[in-house]
Design a protein around this ligand. Sequence first.
Ligand SMILES: Nc1ncnc2c1ncn2[C@@H]1O[C@H](COP(=O)(O)OP(=O)(O)O)[C@@H](O)[C@H]1O
Ligand SMILES: [Mg+2]
Length: 619
Amino acid sequence: MKELGRLLRFARPYWAALLASTVLMAGVGAGQALVVLLVRSVFDRVLQPDTPDALVLLVNIPVIHKALYLQQIVPSFLHNVWTMVAAAIVEVYLFKGLCDYLGNFLISYAGFSAVTDLRQRVFDCVLHQDAHFFETNSTGRLMSAILNDIDKIQEAVSHMLADWLRQVFTLIALLIVVIQTDWKLAIVSLTVLPFVLVPTARLGKRIRRTSRKAQDNTAELNEILQETISGQQVVKTFGTEEFESNRFLVAARRLKNTSLKYVAQQAVASPVIEFFGALTIVGLLTYARSQIKIGAMTTGEFTSFVIALLMLYEPVKRLTGIHNIFEQALGASQKVFEYLDRERGIQDKPSAHRLHRFQHSISFENVSFRYPGAPDGFLLHDIQLEVKAGEVVALVGPSGAGKTTLANLAPRFYDATSGAVKIDGRDVRDVKLASLREKIGIVAQDTFLFNDTVANNIRYGRANASDEEVREAARSALAEEFILAMPQGYDTLIGERGTKLSGGQRQRIAIARALLKNAPILILDEATSQLDTESELLVQKALQKLMEKRTVIVIAHRLSTIRRADKIVVLDRGRISETGTHADLISQGGIYQRLHDMQYLTLTAGAAPESLPEKSTAG
Ligand SMILES: Nc1ncnc2c1ncn2[C@@H]1O[C@H](COP(=O)(O)OP(=O)(O)O)[C@@H](O)[C@H]1O
Ligand SMILES: [Mg+2]
C-alpha cells in the first residue's frame, strides 16, 4: 500500500482534472440510478393508462431527505406521463453519456500526465546512476522497467481509474435505489456480498505476486532480445542461432506459464460472483411472487428492484476485476520505485564546489581500489602518482594490470576505496561532478557513437557548437576527407553505434568530438589499439593534434607511441613498479624493458612486410 501513496503523489499536480472527473463520474452513477427509476415509472404509470397524471415520485434521497419527481427533470410543457418518461430517458442517457465522455477524458489526462512524470523521473534516475549500477542491471531489464512496468501502471491509472470511479458511483447510486425500494429485501439480497468480496480480496495478493513474476519474465525476454540483436554479428559468427532461439523459447515459455497462472487466478472471480447472483435472483423471485399477490409490492417496484440488483452485480464484478489490475500495477510499481529509491553511489556532496579551472596537477594519493562487484581482493594498491599540468604521462603494463581502472578514477566513474584522487589539491569527491567531467576529455578503445548524423555525433556534449567549429574539429582530427566522401557529408547517418564506419573512422570522429569539447585534461585509453597500421598512423597524427597544450594520461599498448611521454609509469598487478622516462626505463632491466624488447621483436619479425610500403612512401 506504500506504493499506492507514492503513485498518488505523482497524480497530485493534476488534482483539478481528477476532481472534475470524479464529479462527472458521480453524474454517470446518478444517471444509471435514474434509468432504473424510470423503468419503475414505465411499469407502474405508463403501462397502466388508468392512473391519474399526478406527480411521479422518482426517489426519496436518503440522508438529505429530498424527494425527486419526474416533473422536475423534464421541460414543464410536457404533461402526459409517457412523453415525460420518454423525454426523461433521452435526457438521462444524454447526460450520462456526456459525463462519461468528459470524465473519461479528464481522468486519462491526469493518468497519462502523472505516468509521463513518473517515467521521466525513473529515466533521469537511471541516467544518473554510476558505472556499478549498469554493471549489475542489464540494458534489457532496465528497458523493461522503464517501458513495460510503467505501461502496467499507465493502464491502471488511466483506463482503470476511470472505470473504477464510474463503477463505484454506479454502485452507490444503485444501492440507494435498492434500499429505498425495500430495505429489508435489500439487506437480505446483499448478504451474499461478503461471500464474494472476501475470497476475491484474498486472491488479490496472489495475483499481485503472479503479475510481478510475469513482469520479471518479460524483462528476461527483453534482455535476451536486446542482447541477441546488438550481438547479432557474434551470433552469426559462431552460428549460435539455435542456441539463442532456445534461450528465447525457454524464457517465453516461462512467461506463458506465468501468464496462464495469472489468468487462472484472475478469471475465477467473475463466474463466482455470477453464480451467487443467480442464487439471489431465484430466492428473490420466490419472495416477490408472494408479495405481489398480497399487494405489498407493485410490479414496477419489483422489476426496478431486480434490474437494480442485476445492475449492481456488474459494478461489483468489474470492481474486483479492476482491483486485480490495480494489484498488478502495484506489483509493477515496486520495481519502478526500487530504481527511484536507489542511492546514487557517486553524486555531488551538498558542499561540493565548482571546479572553475584546471591549473596545477592531478594527483593520486595512496589510492587503493577494488570493484564494488568484486569484494575479494584489491585491484589497485597504494598508488602514488602526480600528473602535472601540461605533462604527458603514460601508463603501461600487461593487460589486466589496472591501467583503465586507474584512469577511470579521475573522472569519478568509480571512487577510490581508500586514499584520494585530487585535482589542483582538492579531492575529486569535493567538487561538482559536472564541473569535474567537463575538464576531462576521453578517447577510449571503443567509442560509442549515436545513430545520428556525423555532425551531431561530433557536436555531442556541445550542442551549441557552430557548423564551422564542427568542421574545424573534423579537419584537425583528419576526419574531414572521409566525411565529405560519404553520401550526405556531415549529414550522413552513421548507423547504430556507427556501424557504417570503419574502426579508424570511428576513432577519428571520437577525436573530433574530444577536440570540440576542448577539455584541458585528456585521457587516451588504448585509442589506437584496435586499428590497422594505416588508420593507426592517421589516428596517431590526429591524437598528436589533440594532445597539444593539454595534460594527458595516455594508455598505449604500443610503446612506440609513448616514447616522448614526460613520464612513463609501469603498472603491474595493481602496483606501480617503475617510473621514469623512456631513456631511464629502457636500460633498467624491468618490465618496461621486457615489454619493449618483446614488441621490438614482434615488430621486426611479424609486422615487417606490412610496414615496408609505409617506409617507402615516407622515405
Ligand atoms: N567493472 C569491473 N568489475 C569488476 N572487475 C573489473 C571491472 N573492470 C575490470 N575489472 C577487473 O580489473 C582488472 C583490471 O582491469 P583494467 O583496469 O581494465 O586493466 P587494464 O586496463 O590494465 O588492461 C581486470 O582483471 C578485470 O578483470
Ligand atoms: Mg584497459
